[in-house]
Ligand binder design. Structure first.
Ligand SMILES: [Zn+2]
Length: 132
């Protein structure tokens, strides 16, 4: 067990090492009071987290789509530039690399509208290249 802080009440709490990376930690007391009716602040707080997690999920879906577009668009060029032969593993690594870069930037605060326009732009560029 490691020590961490309850995201809600800021009290120090034990946390399994594996769970330390989680964004949100909720202590036993807060968990218990979540079951009690008259705790609107905690309920509001948890709804906020839920919404945030939902938003991140949506953003990551978009990152995945953009990463796929980038892979379709740039993978062959990457092979050519590095004198590599195409393999399933290389393609997967390339796509995963694009995806993690995008999610990393997204966590840093890229908003959904920007991701939407980035997806549109990558699609357009890819289609333009294909039609050449
Ligand atoms: Zn707490």
């Amino acid at each position: 067990m490691k020590k961490t802080t309850c995201t809600y009440c800021k009290k120090e709490m034990d946390c399994p090492k594996k769970m330390l990376a989680a964004k949100v930690h909720i202590c036993d007391d807060c968990m218990k009071s979540f079951g009690e009716k008259d705790n609107p602040n905690l309920i509001k707080f948890l709804k906020g987290i839920e919404k945030e997690i939902g938003n991140v999920g949506k953003k990551f879906d978009k990152c995945d789509k953009i990463a796929k577009e980038i892979t379709k668009m740039e993978f062959n060029l990457f092979l050519e530039n590095n004198n590599l032969k195409e393999t399933k593993e290389l393609r997967k690594a390339f796509a995963e690399g694009s995806f993690s870069t995008l999610t990393f930037i997204t966590i840093g605060g890229m908003d959904e509208e920007f991701l939407d326009s980035l997806l549109e732009a990558t699609k357009e560029v890819r289609l333009h290249k294909q039609n050449k």
